[in-house]
Design a protein around this ligand. Structure first.
Ligand code: ATP
Length: 355
């Protein structure tokens, strides 16, 4: 059974200072996979722990299917929780670990042993570890352990699945594989899932919706396309992958760095200080004299399959991605074209701009 989760004006203070959560409201639909994304200290874990019942909010409510969840004891809330370093019981086999939640129920609610065994076998098949039931955690890889942790969380047939950086301790390749695997698992099991990560790629790839958090507040909630293509704030843009961030002065809708006019806003924006964000793949370089801003190559480095070039325009430095076969000596004059850029003027919402 899967439920709708409603978070209503949830605030949390740990004594004096800035609150960890400053009035968060969020509706999660039944079966939805929502990523809580944000920098360290933005309140992601605190919010997850409040939904789990491990922490009491200072203000606000949490509802499951419209019913107050905070008054329900943690053990009866029906939460499956997986942490970054899920401490599996080391002295128990994989199968015993998965069965733990069921076997530790009060006798009246405990399924018969044969049923527990059947369910454990099904869950191990689900996480593709059928042959590993007799092993001990120490005999598994990190990725396999997290799959056991997930099977264990699913064993109690949770109403809500909460995952706190479940792949955070794993290396990049295993992480990527488990991400895909988790999405498939979710599509099959359909649990309402809240997933904490500080990895934007992970959030964008996995989630139905992404909640971008910053300093105890929600900066933006939207589909992966919304938050990546239409970031509501400079903070969200800055958090969505690498980008050049240029401090500009906005004068009559034109972003000026030093004395160079760099881009014009496509919608009216207030005059004053602003920030211009451009992603490295949204810049192209051309021969001098072709359309674009006049720039000069300052540095370049290999960046995976592409070459990343630093170009100076006026007093602003942009990073641009080009094919590794293109030669760009330092000091070379180039035409810099901003294919897509976003201007955030005086902290207002961002608008697209063009050179
Ligand atoms: P990370 O990605 O580093 O885990 P986060 O976004 O999950 O960060 P939280 O762990 O929720 O952030 O912390 C939010 C704020 O609340 C931080 O400033 C943190 O220091 C504070 N905080 C969290 N738990 C406690 C606690 N038990 N006592 C005091 N302060 C706390």
């Amino acid at each position: 059974m899967t439920v709708a989760v409603t978070i209503e004006e949830v605030g949390k203070s740990f004594g004096s200072g800035t609150p960890a959560l400053a009035g968060i409201s969020l509706d999660v639909a039944p079966g939805e996979l929502v990523a809580l994304l944000g920098p360290s200290g933005s309140g992601k874990t605190t919010l997850l722990r409040i939904v789990a019942g491990l922490e009491q909010p200072s203000t606000g409510r949490v509802l499951f299917n419209g019913e107050d969840a905070l008054s329900v004891p943690v053990r009866r809330r029906g939460i499956g929780f997986v942490f970054q370093n899920y401490a599996l019981f080391r002295h128990m086999t994989v199968a015993e670990n998965v069965a733990f939640g069921l076997r530790s129920r009060p006798r009246a609610q405990r399924p018969p042993e044969a049923e527990i065994k059947g369910r454990v076998a099904d869950l191990l098949a689900l996480v593709q570890l059928e042959a590993f039931g007799g092993r001990f955690p120490a005999q598994l890889s990190g990725g396999q352990r997290q799959r056991v942790a997930l099977a264990r969380a699913l064993a109690i047939e949770p109403r809500v699945l909460l995952l706190d950086e479940p792949f955070g301790a794993l290396d990049a390749l295993v992480r990527k594989e488990l991400r895909r695997w988790l999405r498939e698992l979710h599509d099959r099991t359909g649990h309402t899932t809240l997933f904490v990560t500080h990895d934007q790629e992970e959030a964008l790839e996995l989630a139905d919706r992404v909640v971008v958090m910053g300093r105890g507040r929600i900066e933006q909630v939207g589909t992966p396309d919304d938050v990546y293509d239409r970031p509501a704030t400079a903070a969200v843009f800055g958090f969505m992958g690498e980008s050049s961030r240029i401090e500009v002065d906005v004068r009559e809708g034109v972003a000026v760095a030093g004395s160079t006019a760099i881009a014009a806003a496509t919608q009216p924006v207030p005059d004053g200080p602003g920030l211009l964000y451009v992603r490295p793949h949204d810049i192209s370089l051309g021969l001098p004299g072709t359309p674009g801003l006049r720039g000069e190559v300052r540095a370049f480095r290999r960046h995976g399959a592409i070459r990343r070039v630093e170009v100076e325009v006026g007093n602003a430095l942009f990073e641009a991605d080009i094919a590794p076969t293109v030669r760009v000596p330092i000091g070379e004059k180039v035409a810099v074209r901003l294919d897509r850029a976003r201007l955030f003027a005086s902290g207002g919402p961002g608008v697209d701009c063009r050179p």
